[in-house]
Design a protein around this ligand. Structure first.
Ligand code: AMP
Ligand code: ZN
Length: 466
């Protein structure tokens, strides 16, 4: 069995055949660093990370590159608003991106190329296109000549004639054709710029991704991923300007992630339904949010609701509960066929990274495993170890949704909630002078290794061995 997934380029679910056996070279469009990233971006970053991890789970070696767009109109605008250099904005939000990604449990890419560090290669690529007649310079602005690339529109299935009609509305008179797009933008006063054969300026966004991906993955690589919104024009233009130069296929498989909406509306600052990733991890553990994302297929839109997140929390507790119970249990007699579930899990995931179907299998497994584990004979040792190992590989290594340390994650929250409840009851008992009850709570907890510390600010608890 091999992995198949939907290729936007062919509009088909295709078997994945890597260029080099056992190896995957993958590029995912990263953030434009002018602000904190939001929970929509986070969904795309998490899904892309899961695809990478699933290839690893299936034994592939993966080289994973994610760019950081650190020079762009939005960054310059933000810098001007705040009266600081654009490099300062880019630095602040690159750091925030790396920090927030880590909090989300997103593994760092093997390489995070930055546009400003790839300038020489970008300029050489544009120069090559000009020499080939696929780009032209108009007073320091360089445009891609769309008519020079006959396959333009092959990814988004857009037709050039229709695009021309649309583009004519706000046509830039410097362009030969309204659909042509900028590869290099001449510097306006006060803008950051780099020297080039066409004068001072900076690259267009599409160009940055073409060059950063090829620099680290080669002229042709396996998978290019990004959110749905990037199919046109971003990815279409990446293909055109890459293939027009190399005359080779750029990315072989194109993968696109569905959008995240909130309460069935597009997330936007003006509607006030906008959440940054760092806001949401203050309210919900990252594991819960990841699990929530993964319950929807990566190509489908996801309607984000707080109720949905609460439900995800409950679902995740079942998995964490089994994982904790398995590690606490010992020597029983009941056999459990983990291999059977693992096989079904792989079949589900091999079919277009179908995480909802994968979880269907995992939850069936949780129900069966619980009934054996908590049944009269308990679970036989070899099965128990195999099940722990499978949960570790699938729910920690692959999905990053379970916590290793006992009492963490979903269970940790439950413990926290129960402790708050007990401390509250003890406080009420003391107010009503029911000292026997309040002492019983304190002493009982002490026996369980939990120490209560009273102070003017209330009662705190900690484990006595901490
Ligand atoms: P940006 O920083 O806007 O270039 O976006 C970074 C990544 O997040 C890209 O892959 C986008 O396609 C993706 N993205 C942006 N908005 C959303 C959203 N609401 N839902 C899912 N992915 C998104
Ligand atoms: Zn990109």
């Amino acid at each position: 069995m091999s992995i198949s997934f939907y290729n936007t380029l062919t509009r088909k679910t295709e078997e994945f055949i890597p260029m080099n056996e056992g190896e995957v070279r993958m590029y995912s469009c990263g953030p434009t660093v002018y602000d904190y990233f939001h929970i929509g971006n986070a969904r795309s970053f998490v899904m892309s990370d899961i695809v990478r991890r699933y290839f690893e789970f299936r034994g592939y070696r993966v080289t994973y590159v994610m760019n950081i767009t650190d020079i762009d109109d939005k960054i310059i605008k933000r810098a001007n608003e705040q009266g600081v250099p654009s490099s300062e904005i880019a630095e602040t939000y690159t750091e925030a991106f790396l920090h927030d990604s880590a909090r989300f449990g997103i593994r760092p890419a093997d390489v995070f190329p930055r546009a400003t560090e790839t300038m020489d290669e970008i300029i050489a690529h544009i120069q090559g296109l000009i020499e080939k007649g696929a780009a032209y310079n108009v007073n320091g602005d360089v445009f891609f000549r769309v008519s020079a690339f006959k396959e333009y529109g092959k990814l988004s299935r857009k037709n050039i004639e229709e695009l021309e009609v649309g583009a004519r509305i706000e046509a830039d008179t410097r362009k030969e054709n309204p659909v042509d797009f900028a590869l290099w933008k001449s510097a306006k006063p006060g803008e950051p710029s780099w020297d080039s054969p066409w004068g001072k300026g900076r690259p267009g966004w599409h160009m940055e991704c073409s060059v950063m991906s090829q620099k680290f993955l080669g002229e042709t690589f396996d998978i290019h991923a990004g959110g749905n919104d990037l199919i046109f024009p971003h990815h279409e233009n990446e293909i055109a300007q890459s293939e027009a130069l190399t005359e080779k296929t750029f990315a072989r498989y194109w993968m696109h992630f569905g959008f995240l909406n909130i309460d069935n509306e597009k997330m936007s600052k003006s509607l006030g339904n906008f959440f940054t990733a760092r806001e949401i991890v203050e309210k919900f553990p990252a594991e819960v949010i990841r699990f929530y994302y993964l319950q929807t297929h990566y190509r489908s839109p996801l309607n984000f609701t707080h109720e949905g997140l609460d439900a995800a929390k409950t679902g995740l507790q079942k998995l964490q509960g089994l994982y904790d119970a398995l590690r606490e249990a010992s020597g029983g007699t009941g056999p459990f066929d983990v291999k059977h579930f693992e096989q079904r899990f792989i079949t589900a995931m091999d079919d277009d990274f179908n995480t909802p179907a994968g979880f269907g299998v995992l939850f069936e497994m949780v129900r069966e495993a619980n009934s054996i584990l908590h049944g009269s004979g308990g679970m036989e040792e070899g099965s128990r170890e195999a099940l722990i190992d499978f949960l570790r590989r699938s729910c920690i290594g692959l999905f990053g949704i379970l916590r290793e340390e006992s009492g963490g994650g979903a269970t940790g929250e439950l413990v926290g909630g129960l402790m708050d409840l007990l401390i509250g009851i003890r406080a009420d008992a003391r107010k009503e002078k029911q000292y026997a009850l309040s002492d019983r709570i304190r002493d009982g907890l002490k026996e369980l290794g939990v120490v209560l510390e009273d102070s003017r600010d209330g009662t705190k608890w900690k484990l006595s061995n901490e």
